[in-house]
Design a protein around this ligand. Structure first.
Ligand code: NAD
Ligand code: APR
Ligand code: ZN
Length: 243
């Protein structure tokens, strides 16, 4: 592990451009459950029942209850040391930006500026039927759309929906140009984000608590917790800086 930490610190030091890709494992140390681990959301709820367009259309009550809980949940949590390290690295010019599958805005709340939200976020709301933007309070109260009386939803990507095209294209271009792709806290099970590691022309490193189906395609895997590992890598970088 020690040598892996130093190997990663060296690669970050050498890379002209490093892009970071994060998933739900980046937020669990802030208290936000992930999806496919033992305590993950999808171990308690069937995503087909809540995280799909048909769920919204056929059972708005269940859809709304699930996402109202999630909206309230992410408003109570705070960034952890791992988010702060990534913000330091952006300010120091060590990383170019963060492509995230997370919808909790913890990267932005830690101070990261270039963040591509590939799956949207839980802080913006609109009407499913007429696309009119809607107030958070009206969503939480399960009010109808003021323009058309339709159903309000958070601005996240549901299964089967397309990613926000402009965000996707910009993030993809950054990954393709990067000399290093640092992947943190994701099972890499969801398409099309799980194609990113193979599209990076440079090296790809994964910091993750568990094995993934793509481990064999990556240059380095560091098994561990995002916050702890990022802190150790920052310490190694600072030591190199003093050296
Ligand atoms: P899926 O099988 O419908 O997803 C695969 C499809 O993703 C592909 O066939 C492709 O058509 C589509 N896709 C979406 N955006 C794309 C893009 N910008 N470029 C190319 N293809 C794109 O559903 P799944 O495999 O069960 O889950 C993956 C889908 O779920 C993706 O559409 C993803 O955006 C979405 N998603 C939902 C959540 C959530 O929390 N509900 C989170 C992450 C991803
Ligand atoms: N540090 C490092 N890794 C962690 C930590 C942690 N503190 N906590 C959990 N992990 C790992 C888990 O072992 C798991 O492999 O993070 C990974 C999280 O994977 P998922 O739960 O599948 O989440 P993610 O990859 O982000 O899912 C992608 O699927 O359903 C959608 O909306 C969901 O955007 C999400 C997408
Ligand atoms: Zn409407």
């Amino acid at each position: 592990m020690e040598s892996d930490i130093h190997q990663l610190a060296g690669w970050i030091q050498e890379a002209g451009s490093t892009v970071v890709l994060t998933g739900a494992g980046m937020s669990t140390e802030s208290g936000v459950p992930d999806f496919r681990s033992r305590e993950g959301f999808w171990k308690r709820v069937d995503p087909q029942q809540v995280a799909t367009v048909s769920a919204l259309e056929e059972d708005y009550e269940t859809f709304h209850r699930f996402y109202r809980l999630r909206v309230r949940g992410v408003e109570r949590v705070h960034p952890h040391i791992g988010h702060e390290v990534l913000t330091h690295w952006e300010h120091q010019g060590r990383i170019y930006g963060i492509a995230t599958q997370n919808v909790d805005r913890l990267h932005q709340r830690a101070g990261s500026r270039q963040v591509w939200e590939l799956h949207g976020n839980l802080m913006q709301f609109h009407c499913y039927d007429c696309k009119e933007p809607a107030e958070r309070s009206r969503f939480l109260e399960k009010d109808a759309c003021l323009s058309c009386g339709g159903r309000l939803r958070p601005g996240i990507v549901l299964f089967g929906e397309w990613l926000p095209e402009a965000v996707w294209v910009e993030a993809m271009e950054a990954v393709q140009q990067a000399e290093l792709l640092l992947i943190i806290g994701t099972s890499l099970e969801v398409y099309p984000v799980n194609q990113m590691p193979t599209l990076c022309r440079g090296k790809s490193v994964l910091i993750n608590a568990a094995e993934t189906q793509m481990d064999h395609q990556l240059d380095l895997m560091i098994r561990g917790k995002a916050g702890q590992v990022l802190k150790q890598v920052e310490q190694a970088l600072n030591k190199e800086g003093e050296g």
